[in-house]
Write a protein that binds this ligand. Structure first.
Ligand code: 5GP
Length: 306
């Protein structure tokens, strides 16, 4: 029988409760790190939560663990960052001084805007008749999440082409007006014939709302985009072999033979440009090439958070 004044036996109970609490806290920290690492949670949001509640899971997180969970920050970058921010590696997020927090916030925000800019605009180019148009049409029809830029052109629509879907078909006067008004991100005369250009406004609108955009344009256009937006990602579409490219070029009955010879010569020069590109995709089968292009867009899209 218990004595009336006996104290409960707390040590055992407390120890178990404390160890349960510690396990729960470790789990919560691990889950938090995983969400930052996967890009589901922005480090800026985590920092905000840590400041709002220094005793919460975010606030109790060590600044070293926090930075290491940010995509593309390893031990070396983490140490360099902490030293330049004047933050000791023993600090927890919730224990940062007001200036340290602000420096960390600016560091994360700059990193985010750099990476965001670097990931959004993707250019698909390649030699004549390699199948850029077919691959981009396949992407339009099978990957509705991918925004494809619709170019303006002075050439006439081919059978089945729809204004505003395949191109904006405009006359020379309208194309001149677009150039003068600065409405085109880039434009070029393609195959010495018609003018083609990328409207700037829809791209800017997409980028502003955080969407990736795919541009299917010629090589000159790809170079202009790179000059105007150095962070754009350039993908070069290759034929499986040169012979296959010739077969595809000559097999197209939309052009006469003189035109085909001229296009072959152009293709030879264009193929030599592949080393200027960030990625190369071989168009052996259209669904597979399209999947690779979309995957490259996704790969660049994922680490948008700092
Ligand atoms: P097509 O007349 O066969 O549709 O296209 C001819 C070429 O024009 C293709 O190589 C295509 O990539 C390119 N092209 C289409 N739109 C643009 C554009 O906006 N800018 C540039 N520079 N080239 C484009």
């Amino acid at each position: 029988m218990a004595e009336p004044n006996a104290r409960p036996a707390p040590p055992e109970v407390d120890r178990r409760a404390a160890s349960r609490a510690a396990v729960a806290a470790r789990r919560a920290r691990a889950a938090l790190k995983a969400r930052i690492a996967s890009g589901h949670l922005s480090p800026l949001e985590v920092l905000g939560a840590a400041i709002a509640n220094p005793e919460g899971v975010e606030g109790r997180m060590r600044v070293t663990d926090f930075l290491l969970s940010v995509p593309a920050i390893g031990a070396t970058k983490m140490r360099r960052a902490l030293s330049s921010l004047g933050i000791s590696d023993a600090k927890r997020l919730g224990g940062l001084g007001i200036h340290q927090r602000e420096r960390l916030r600016v560091f994360l925000a700059e990193r985010m805007s750099r990476r965001t800019r670097a990931t959004r605009l993707v250019v698909l180019a390649g030699p004549t008749a390699v199948g850029k148009g077919t691959v981009s049409t396949y992407i339009r029809e099978n990957y509705p999440d991918v925004m494809l830029s619709v170019s303006a052109t002075t050439r006439a629509p081919r059978p089945g082409e729809v204004d505003g879907v395949n191109y904006f078909f405009v006359d020379d006067a309208e194309f001149d007006r677009m150039i003068e008004a600065g409405e085109l991100l880039e434009w070029a005369v393609v195959h010495n014939a018609y003018r083609y250009g990328t409207p700037r406004a829809p791209i800017q609108a997409a980028l502003d709302t955080g969407k990736s955009v795919l541009l299917e344009i010629d090589l000159q256009g790809a170079r202009s985009v790179r000059a105007a937006m150095p962070d754009a990602v350039l993908i070069f579409l290759l034929p499986p072999t040169w012979e296959e490219l010739v077969r595809r070029l000559v097999g197209r009955d939309t052009e006469d033979s003189e035109e085909q010879q001229r296009r072959l010569a152009t293709a030879r020069i264009e193929l030599a440009a592949q080393n200027e590109f960030d990625y190369r995709v071989v168009n052996a089968s259209v669904p597979q090439a399209a999947a690779e292009v979309v995957e490259l867009m996704d790969a660049r899209r994922r680490p948008v958070r700092p």
